[in-house]
Design a protein around this ligand. Structure first.
Ligand SMILES: NC(=O)c1ccc[n+]([C@@H]2O[C@H](COP(=O)([O-])OP(=O)(O)OC[C@H]3O[C@@H](n4cnc5c(N)ncnc54)[C@H](O)[C@@H]3O)[C@@H](O)[C@H]2O)c1
Length: 335
């Protein structure tokens, strides 16, 4: 089996999770890292035995030993790295959101469509057991045609410091928007967004989006950054789906595992990137493993296609436009 060698652009918190998960992907290894904060890049290189710390994004994307570039930079910086990597003939995994602009997403898609290189957007929930199981159930037709969906993604206020650099529609709701597109399998016709700023930050801390699909389905996404920290990150995430002949409910709360110790109440991750016997397992490992398989086989990803991530960005942008204008926004340019 051919080793897939990855170069990581960005060395923040989630890049660290990527490096941990990659250690558990057979035949995958990180060969280079780059971060604008060189100290942080050197730290991760040391901890994860990555041989090269690059001096620029261009050097990283053109690294001669890398087969693929893993883009884990802040949301507004994805496009530059993705296009540089494509020009250098590298496959690309890019974290969600694909971009913050539809035209940028289209540029990435068009650039890769001219090649046999793999471009895979990171929509991790398509690899998470509960959400992926629900998709199997929807695809089996046992629930009937999807007619109504409600999703909630509520987070502790303390996390907003890092993620208020982007609107919650792009950082948080984008997960549920993508799931709704995946489950409903219908283009979006019209949206209406609502936002509130309760604590006076630079971005809204409460967001609601109503999504009307071409086939008649309706979805509601809610994101709020208002939970009080209780020790450990307690997620109040849920997804409720009604089909014409059945319904499904998925919830992260109450958590499947929790601890009460002298340090207080804590909820460990048992789903996304937990460590068991020193090795990562879970959705992130499975997602990166799938990407490496696609690269190895030169196969365009089917679990998540770039155009689907682009359409999720389109819906998120329409929702923020609607919330700012206080009116419905129609979606015309579905691809
Ligand atoms: N799929 C998920 O569940 C999930 C979870 C967390 C984050 N993410 C996504 O991953 C990406 C990274 O998020 P994060 O949480 O690691 O953010 P972060 O703020 O922890 O890390 C970003 C890193 O990028 C570096 N950086 C900033 N400007 C740069 C530049 N010009 N060139 C290179 N590096 C630069 C920063 O120094 C920092 O180390 C984002 O797109 C985010 O939305 C996805």
């Amino acid at each position: 089996m051919k080793d897939i060698r990855l170069a990581l652009a960005g060395c923040g918190l989630f890049a660290e999770s990527h490096l941990q998960a990659l250690r558990a992907v057979p035949g995958a290894r990180a060969v280079a890292v780059y971060d604008i904060d060189r100290g942080r890049a050197e730290y991760l290189a040391r901890v994860f035995d990555v041989p090269t710390v690059c001096d620029s994004i261009a050097e990283l994307c053109g690294h001669p030993e890398a087969d693929a570039v893993d883009v884990v930079t802040p949301e507004h910086l994805h496009t530059e790295a993705v296009l540089l990597a494509c020009e250098a003939g590298k496959h690309v995994f890019v974290e969600k959101p694909l971009a913050l602009d539809v035209a940028e997403g289209d540029r990435m898609i068009d650039a890769f469509e001219k090649t046999d290189l793999v471009l895979m957007p990171g929509h991790i929930l398509r690899f998470e057991t509960k959400y992926a199981s629900l998709r199997e159930e929807v695809a089996s037709s046992r629930l009937g045609r999807v007619v109504s969906m409600q999703a909630r993604r509520n987070r502790p206020r303390a996390l907003l410091g890092r993620y208020s650099r982007v609107h919650p529609a792009h950082v948080n709701c984008i997960h549920d928007i993508d799931l709704m597109l995946w489950y409903a399998g219908q283009p979006v016709r019209r949206v209406r967004g609502y936002e509130r700023n309760i604590h006076g930050g630079s971005k809204p801390d409460v967001f609601w989006g109503v999504i009307e699909f071409e086939g008649g389905a309706v979805g509601v996404v809610e994101a709020a950054w208002l939970l009080e920290e209780q020790g450990g990150v307690v997620l109040d995430d849920a997804f409720h789906l009604m089909g014409a002949t059945g319904a499904a409910h998925l919830s992260a709360f109450p958590p499947p595992l929790s601890y009460w110790t002298s340090d207080g109440f804590a909820v460990p991750d048992v789903s996304y990137n937990p460590l068991i016997r020193g090795a990562a397992f879970g959705a992130l490992r499975d997602e990166l493993s799938y990407f490496c398989d696609c690269v190895r086989l030169r196969r365009k990803p089917e679990v998540i296609r770039p155009v689907e991530a682009r359409n999720a960005v389109r819906v998120a942008l329409a929702l923020t436009e609607s919330a700012a204008a206080g009116r419905d926004v129609e979606i015309q340019d579905w691809r």
